[in-house]
Design a protein around this ligand. Sequence first.
Ligand code: SF4
Ligand code: SF4
Length: 339
Amino acid sequence: MLSRSRIRRGRISPARVRRTVQLAFGLFCIFCGWRFFLYYQWATGASAVYVPKPPMVEGFLPISALLGAVHFFNTGMWDPVHPAGLTIFFAALAICLLLRKGFCGYICPAGWASNLLERTGKRLGLNRSRPAPARTAVHKAIRTVLHAPKYILMAGFLWTMSTGMDARAVESFLTGPYNMVADSKMLLFFLHPSATALTVLAVLALLSLFVSNPWCRFLCPYGALLGIAALFSPCAVRRNAAACTGCGRCSAACPAGIAVHAQQRVNRAECMGCTECVSSCPQKDCLQLTCLNKPQYDWAIAYGTVALLWTAYLAAVWWGKWDVSIDAALIQKLHSTMM
Ligand code: SF4
Ligand code: SF4
């Protein structure tokens, strides 16, 4: 049981901390996207001005990073083509292993967009979803069906990689021409989206106004993998059942749709550690973020996530695992033939 004196609260609300961190990383992503566009212009010969590629764009290549991780465990060698992508992937895994799905909740730009749409939907009165007061069998069955697609997608990727690619095939992919320009192809996807891609994005955006975070909760295979890692996290929100009135405000506030009021320890794959449930609870000695069973401030996961990501970045720069050094002439040649 958590005594009142041990409860720790920050002065700024968790929602505001989350919005601020997400905004900072979102703006940084937009800035890097602009710099990458200028690099792309140079690489394709549309501009004579060379602009270095911002390495963080490699964080948008999760499949390449996953194969880079397989290659690392096979050979002990870091991905030479997208080293920053592998660094970000390992950093995201470490964050989730230690601090729940902090990477999804605070860093990922898709999570930021999802959060903005969720808030817009709530302001417009479109998102009025309230969790069921008790977790019935039907409730659990619906939850299982809705959460299945992201795990099926993730299992499909892992199955294809483990059965269809031996160590040599993985290395061939990583050093092959397609992977070398994969980030530019990803940029093209956003610059010239197909009608199908636009339709899917529009449907997801529209749905996000009515339902909280459908992409992150039900579809993202990357998030599914990180969510499984988060199950091993020593941090979780704990509920003091003796102090709980069962009002359900915590569950209604949860952007991951978790029935917080029905848990003792919220160890769910979808939990981002945002602690909005904690701040929404009217009982002062009821909900508490804990790590290794010790009470923590509400913002501990936010700050810990940012600190871990910075540490990973600085370590990668220090050990030369961030910037890529591919010959400029080769890059331009690949862009002229592959794009
Ligand atoms: S359970 Fe609490 S900490 Fe986890 S996602 Fe929901 S509101 Fe955030
Ligand atoms: S908001 Fe607090 S009191 Fe209400 S159900 Fe959740 S944990 Fe219990």
